[in-house]
Design a binder for this molecule. Structure first.
Ligand SMILES: [Zn+2]
Length: 126
């Protein structure tokens, strides 16, 4: 996994999605993939949610333009799937900015990488 570009929404319990805030205007189209798993350790960050039942998470790779959805088989439901799909479309939980900040950060990193490669190209060889 490309650590620089991958973004995890964190563990999602059945919290709400903030529908009142539209995704950022330049949110990219992401190919969604769905995987059901028996337990989400190792794929979703479950360390912060010991007291909640974790339903799923979405792992976004902006470079690859993919959004990998993981759902726990014990809690999988149409509602849970819809929740993660909304993350893939750029929606956050209320009072959170994880998804939109991830996209902004990705764009900054991409510009830095491009600038670095330009410098590399113009550097005189000695
Ligand atoms: Zn969520």
């Amino acid at each position: 996994m490309a650590l620089l570009s991958a973004l995890m929404t964190g563990a999602c319990a059945m919290t709400a999605i903030d529908h009142s805030r539209e995704p950022v205007a330049d949110w990219p189209a992401l190919a969604m993939r769905i995987e059901l798993r028996n337990g989400l350790a190792g794929v979703c960050d479950i360390s912060t949610s010991h007291f909640m039942s974790v339903v799923g998470c979405a792992v976004i790779d902006f470079d690859a333009r993919t959004c990998q959805i993981y759902l726990d088989t014990r809690h999988a439901s149409a509602e849970a799937l819809m929740h993660e799909q909304l993350h893939c479309r750029g929606y956050d939980h209320p009072d959170e900015h994880t998804v939109r900040n991830g996209w902004v950060r990705h764009k900054v990193l991409r510009r830095e990488r491009e600038a670095a490669s330009v410098l590399e190209a113009v550097r005189p060889s000695s």
